[in-house]
Design a protein around this ligand. Sequence first.
Ligand SMILES: [Zn+2]
Length: 155
Amino acid sequence: MTAAIADERGVIVECPSCHQKNRVVYSRLRDTTRCAKCKTELANVGVPVEVSTTAEFDSLVSSADLPVVVDFWAPWCGPCRMVAPEIAKVAGRQAGKLLVVKVNTDQLEDLGNRLGIRSIPTMAVFNEGREIARTAGARPSSSRPARCPWSRTSA
Ligand SMILES: [Zn+2]
């Protein structure tokens, strides 16, 4: 399994022993959870979570009890595919400490626009519902200021 799916309340995790699908709610991602059916202990989510609606994203980011690292990507984006395995490794290593979420900006165009995502891949970190950090990948040259601020005196 390379990614987990989610709904508006939590991440859907399949039990490794009985394959029952369990929902780990966003506010309890740090806790130890057990399968509702066979009581096997479920590992913390250690794979990137794909959100498919903006409502899911908003619910996740506002109620997660862990910092959330969001990877904004699109299927046609080559650099996005290159960073994907690294992002998956981070998700595995930091299971229970942070949650990695993938947002397909083609699918969730409204969300990308709202958050001002202008280039991909873009990585953003949310904590307690607020964005605290962002790094963009390849920056289009058009995003550079037209002139450097120190040239102002000569203008
Ligand atoms: Zn089970």
